[in-house]
Each structure stands twice: as C-alpha cells, then as structure tokens.
Design a protein around this ligand. Structure first.
Ligand code: 6PG
Length: 248
C-alpha cells in the first residue's frame, strides 16, 4: 500500500497543513486516549507551534518521542526541549494526558532505552517522523544494526549526526504505528524524498522507507514542501502543478 502525498508550497504552508492534519487525526479518532509520538529535528518546530493554536482535546493526548539525543532536556539539541518550547508550554504540559520524555541525561543509555521501551503502547495512534538527508528517520541511521530490531521498541544507538549518542524507536515500533505523518521541507531533502518514495525498497539503506508502506488500514501520509518534492514524478503521484493533496 502506497503512502498519500501532499505538497505544500513552502515550509510555512507545510507547518500549517501539518498542524491541521494532526489536529484532524486526533479529532476524528475514536474517543479515549490518543498516543502521539513527536519527531525531533528542526522541521517539526513550526508545526508544533501551530498545533498548540489548534482546537484539540489535548487532555486525551499522551505524548511520546520518536527519538532523543543523549543530552539534558535544557540542551539546545534536546528534542524534548524543542517540543517543550514549541508545544507543551504553549498548551500547558499539565493539560496533556501524559508526557513520556526520554531521559537523555541518563548516563546508562541502554538502561534508559529499556525503561522507555516498557512505557510504549503496542501501536502509536500517530507517529511523526522526519527525514535526514542520509535517509535516516528518528535516530535509525543507514545500515545501523538497530534496523534489525523488530521486537524491542526502543534502543540506544550511536549515530553519525552529532550529538551521536541517541535513543530511538526501532523499526518494530515504527511500522506498528496506526498512522505516520512524515514531514520534509527544503531542497536539501529532495534527493532523499525521491529515493524514499520512488527508489527500490531497502529500509537498511534508506531507513525512512519504514514510513513508505503499511498494512491495509494503516495511514502513511507524506507532507513535503515543493522544494523537497523537486525530484518526484508528480504526474505519477497525481499531484498537479498547484500544491495539492495527491491520493495514491
Ligand atoms: C533527530 C530527528 C531526526 C530528524 C531528521 C530531520 O533527532 O535528529 O529525530 O530524525 O527528524 O534528522 O531533521 P530536520 O527536520 O532538522 O531536517
């Protein structure tokens, strides 16, 4: 099953569309707790700032993280720190059903990964992911042994992108997600987006392809801006020249 592809005109439009899409997924989900795993990096920040302004039943939402750098929460590289600034503090952290932070400051990253894995739901209601230029997603980097892990939900890894020590969801936790929203913006992501969506399937060489296919009934939605879509065969995706939501 192929993902759906939506092309936003620019990063700001991507953030607006992304915030609205996330709010819509929460609103249209059955009543009860909604497990939302946040992506790190720079792209989602604006999405989170705008999500905080959406009318969302945040009291249903339990927040998790797709990965974390092994740094304290106040470090500029902390994914939790970014989400706290952009979303949690704007909404009021106490409004959320729960916030499950990966403790990047723990000295024993393996122990922390095991602790976090034990907290994970069987399947996230919604998992947000980004795409690195090298094809990584969360902190699953190309050809990393962690890419063989389908049983345990989180692992400590050492990646090539500083800060190198990280804790990440594993392929098992990613592919189990009921919905995945993949966010990519900028011409520096054009090559990886084309390789991920139109290249041969090889999740060890291009880990972000873990967000490309899914069992029937699961949602895989790629929201990219025009610059990141530059190398895609848009006619094939059914995406017309104007920014549009292509369904495939
Ligand atoms: C991280 C992220 C990582 C990110 C990509 C894209 O902790 O670095 O989880 O997977 O999503 O590297 O990052 P940008 O949005 O900054 O391009």
């Amino acid at each position: 099953m192929w993902p759906t592809l939506e092309i936003a005109e620019d990063p700001e439009q991507l953030a607006r569309d992304g915030a609205r899409w996330i709010a819509g997924m929460i609103a249209s989900s059955p009543p009860g707790p909604f497990t939302l795993a946040l992506a790190g990096g720079a792209t989602p920040r604006r999405v989170y700032e705008l999500l905080a302004q959406e009318s969302v039943p945040f009291e249903r939402v339990a927040i998790y993280f797709g990965d974390e750098r092994c740094v304290p929460p106040d470090d500029a590289g902390s994914n939790f720190g970014m989400a706290r600034e952009a979303l949690l503090e704007s909404v009021g952290a106490e409004r959320f059903a729960a916030v499950y932070r990966i403790r990047g400051e723990e000295r024993d990253a393996d122990l922390e990964a095991r602790r976090y894995a034990a907290l994970l739901p069987r399947a996230f209601d919604l998992l947000l992911l980004g795409a690195g230029e090298d094809g990584h997603t969360a902190s699953l980097f190309p050809n990393d042994p962690a890419l063989f892990e389908t049983r345990i939900g989180a692992l400590a890894v050492v990646g090539p992108k500083p800060p190198s020590q990280r804790i990440t969801l594993t392929p098992g936790a990613i592919v189990a997600a009921r919905r995945i929203l993949l966010l990519a913006a900028g011409s520096n992501k054009a090559e990886v987006v084309a390789a991920a969506l139109e290249g041969p399937m090889d999740t060890h060489r291009v880990p972000v392809q873990l967000a490309r296919t899914a069992d029937p009934g699961k949602v895989r939605h790629w929201l990219v801006d025009r610059a990141a879509a530059e190398h895609l065969h848009l006619d094939w995706w059914g995406a017309r020249s104007a920014p549009t939501r292509a369904r495939c």
